[in-house]
Design a protein around this ligand. Structure first.
Ligand SMILES: Nc1nc2c(ncn2[C@@H]2O[C@H](COP(=O)(O)OP(=O)(O)OP(=O)(O)O)[C@@H](O)[C@H]2O)c(=O)[nH]1
Ligand code: SF4
Ligand SMILES: [Mg+2]
Length: 420
């Protein structure tokens, strides 16, 4: 599990007032001295992340945060950063030192509103002699309260066990849609078309391609992987038609024109890795509505392009060059662009018409959904690179045909003169 991608690890946030022992608990739970600890309130100033194996949970990322009761101008900035962490955790520990005041009530309400399963940890139990114990009635119903001590190790096993329950709740609640196995019949065959050009990483496949192969293997499906140049040979040598063709967005129009032009059954289902990932990681219908917003762009409109990782832009970079070019063609004139890259996300600017997000392969489903929710809260449609590319190539309707809800969401809002 050493190489489990970050986006597939359970993210556990530690929240609470200053000085309650959040960082000490992180160190105690992980058995390592990762976070700075001191008796001075406000020791942790920025979120600290640690990816690790936590028995019996498996691969996790702990996120330690600054105290939510911090004060002053700088303190408020730190609180803001801690609150941003809410957008990327699957489960949380609300740490208290026995007190249950405004800070705890507000944090519990925030966690509940975001649907983040959490437990309350009453830390420093080594020095509580009963009188400081949390009144159980003050804690929301159904939330576990665990007495623990980062100092003497008391209660740490109970916290690990509670995290297993919380993880089950988090996974159950958000029921992650499968990647592609459900689109294939028993013993169904997926034909995966992946370009291997100068933009492809050396010696390996990218994450969505690897995950698609693994999903087929996990569910006893068949799969064949070819470059687009070998698609004709693959189809003639197979002896049967694939049940689904999945291609990289970059080659989607070439694949579609080949499939359409070869006298193959018109109904042969085809989609892209991006669309599969969009369903698996986010909300495909919401992203399809975002794609419909692209059909309504007018010259001069403002588009935000958002990537989850910072990387040095390459020549002909997709987010900086290719996508803006395609979108301007779609709008019929120049557009204004702004870019945001990184793990955090901006307060979405409502002067924007639409956000076009990267595939989010390094994000967890909850993180992707948090971005969609934040954009929806200010009425901003969001789509992703893959849907935008398929739209600009005129094949989005075909690529969404296997997902009737998303197709309907797109067609309902798309400009009639658009792709359809
Ligand atoms: N007695 C006792 N002291 C503890 C325990 N856990 C932490 N402390 C002490 O509480 C103080 C604050 O601990 P931190 O872990 O830095 O607390 P924090 O919540 O991360 O604080 P900030 O980063 O300032 O928000 C330190 O002096 C710790 O040694 C515990 O279980 N028992
Ligand atoms: S698609 Fe997004 S999350 Fe994945 S590597 Fe690119 S920038 Fe990072
Ligand atoms: Mg700290």
């Amino acid at each position: 599990m050493h190489g489990t991608p970050r986006g597939m690890r359970l993210h556990i946030g530690l929240f609470g007032r200053r000085n309650v022992g959040k960082s000490s608990l992180l160190n105690a739970l992980t058995g390592q001295s990762l976070a700075l600890v001191s008796a001075t309130p406000g020791t942790t100033t920025d979120p600290v992340e640690k990816a690790m194996e936590l028995a019996p949970l498996g691969p996790v990322v702990f996120v330690d945060t600054a105290g939510l009761d911090d004060e002053g101008e700088l303190g408020q900035l730190r609180v803001g950063r801690s609150l941003q962490v809410l957008g990327r955790v699957d489960v949380a520990l609300l740490v208290s030192d026995g007190r249950w005041g405004q800070a705890e009530v507000k944090t519990a309400a925030l966690l509940q509103r975001r649907g983040i399963p959490f437990a309350v940890v009453q830390n420093k139990a080594d020095r509580c002699l009963g009188k400081d114990r949390l009144p159980p009635a003050a804690v929301p119903e159904g939330v576990a309260v665990l007495a623990a001590s980062a100092r003497n190790g008391q209660g740490l096993d109970a916290i690990r066990a509670a995290l297993v329950d919380l993880a089950t709740q988090a996974r159950g609640e958000g029921e992650q849609p499968p990647l592609l196995a459900d689109l294939l019949p028993p013993d169904g065959l997926a034909l995966l078309v992946t370009p291997v050009d100068s933009g492809a990483p050396r010696g390996r496949l990218i994450l969505p391609q690897m995950q698609a192969i693994r999903d087929c293997l996990d569910h006893d499906k068949l799969c064949m992987v070819v470059t687009e140049a070998r698609l004709p040979v693959a189809l003639t040598s197979l002896g049967r038609l694939p049940d689904l063709v999945v291609c990289d967005s970059q080659v989607v129009s070439r694949v579609v024109s080949y499939l359409d032009g070869e006298g193959l059954p018109a109904a042969m289902p085809m989609t892209t890795f991006s669309i599969l990932m969009a369903r698996h990681k986010g909300d495909l219908s919401a992203l399809a509505r975002g794609a419909a917003a692209l059909t309504r762009l007018e010259p001069g409109d403002h588009v935000l392009i958002q990537e989850s990782c910072t990387h040095h832009p390459q020549q002909d970079d997709i987010g900086r060059v290719k996508l803006p070019r395609l979108l301007q063609k779609l709008a019929g004139g120049p557009l204004q662009f702004s870019w945001h890259a990184g793990r955090g996300f901006p307060a979405y600017d409502t002067s924007c018409k639409v956000v076009v997000h990267c595939g989010g392969c390094m994000l967890s489903r909850r993180q992707m959904l948090a971005r969609l929710e934040a954009a929806a809260e200010v009425g901003l449609p969001m789509t992703n690179y893959g849907l935008a590319i398929s739209l600009a190539q005129g094949v989005l309707v075909q690529a969404l045909a296997s997902f009737p809800d998303a197709l309907h969401a797109f067609e309902e809002l798309a400009r009639p003169t658009g792709e359809a």
